[in-house]
Design a protein. Structure first.
Length: 194
C-alpha cells in the first residue's frame, strides 16, 4: 500500500522521514540517531517532535556523547588544554562536519556500544573523522598509542607487551635487552625470539 503523499527525506522538527511502513505510519530518523515509527499526521501537526520524551536532541550538552565531542574539540583547538600539544599541537583536527555540528558527530559515530567505550583514531597521525574513528575499550586504545613499541609476527602487528604475553615471555626483560643492545624491537625479536 502506497502512502497518500510521499514525504521521504522531509524533516519535521527532529524527525526525518525515511520510508513508509503502512497504515499512515512512517519510519523516521531522529537527530539523535535513533529510528522510530510514528504516524505521519502526528509528526506533521508537531504532536511528536523527536523519537521519545527522553530524547536529548533539544539540549546537546545533556546528550551522553556531548562530553566526548567537547573533549575532542578542546584537545584539537584550545591551546590552554593540557592535551593540546598531543593533538592540536601536532595539527590533529576534527573534520568540519563534526566541528560545526555535534549532531553530525552523533549520527556518524552512533551511541557508545558499551559503558566504558572511548573514541579512538585508527591512524594516530590523522584527524578525527568518520573514516578514522571507532569506539574502543581502554585496553584497545592503550595498544594504539604512538609511543608503543611494535613488532610484526605472522603478518600481525603487536605491541611488545602483547607479543610477550602471547609467547609467555617476561616483557620487562625484553624492554631492558632492547634498550641495552640499542636495536629496534623488530630486530631484537627477529634475532633472538622468532
Amino acid at each position: 500500500m502506497k502512502p497518500l503523499k510521499d514525504i521521504t527525506g522531509k524533516k519535521y522538527n527532529k524527525l526525518t522521514a525515511i520510508k513508509y511502513v503502512g497504515n499512515e505510519t512512517w519510519l523516521f530518523q531522529c537527530d539523535c540517531g535513533n529510528k522510530t515509527i510514528k504516524k505521519s499526521s502526528d509528526v506533521k501537526r508537531e504532536q511528536i517532535k523527536s523519537c521519545s520524551r527522553k530524547c536529548t536532541t533539544g539540549d546537546s550538552s545533556k546528550h551522553p556523547l556531548y562530553q566526548t565531542w567537547d573533549g575532542i574539540k578542546r584537545r584539537c583547538y584550545q591551546k590552554n588544554s593540557i592535551y593540546y600539544n598531543n593533538y592540536g599541537g601536532r595539527n590533529i583536527k576534527m573534520c568540519d562536519e563534526w566541528k560545526n555540528s555535534f549532531w553530525n558527530f552523533v549520527q556518524d559515530m552512533g551511541l557508545k556500544p558499551f559503558k566504558n567505550s572511548s573514541i579512538e583514531r585508527l591512524d594516530n597521525n590523522k584527524d578525527y573523522c568518520k573514516e578514522n574513528c571507532v569506539w574502543s575499550s581502554l585496553k584497545e586504545q592503550a595498544n594504539n598509542r604512538r609511543n608503543n613499541l611494535v613488532v610484526y609476527y605472522n603478518n600481525n602487528k603487536y605491541t611488545v607487551y602483547n607479543i610477550c604475553k602471547l609467547l609467555n615471555i617476561k616483557h620487562n626483560h625484553i624492554y631492558y635487552k632492547i634498550k641495552k643492545l640499542n636495536i629496534t624491537p623488530q630486530e631484537y625479536f627477529n634475532k633472538y625470539i622468532f
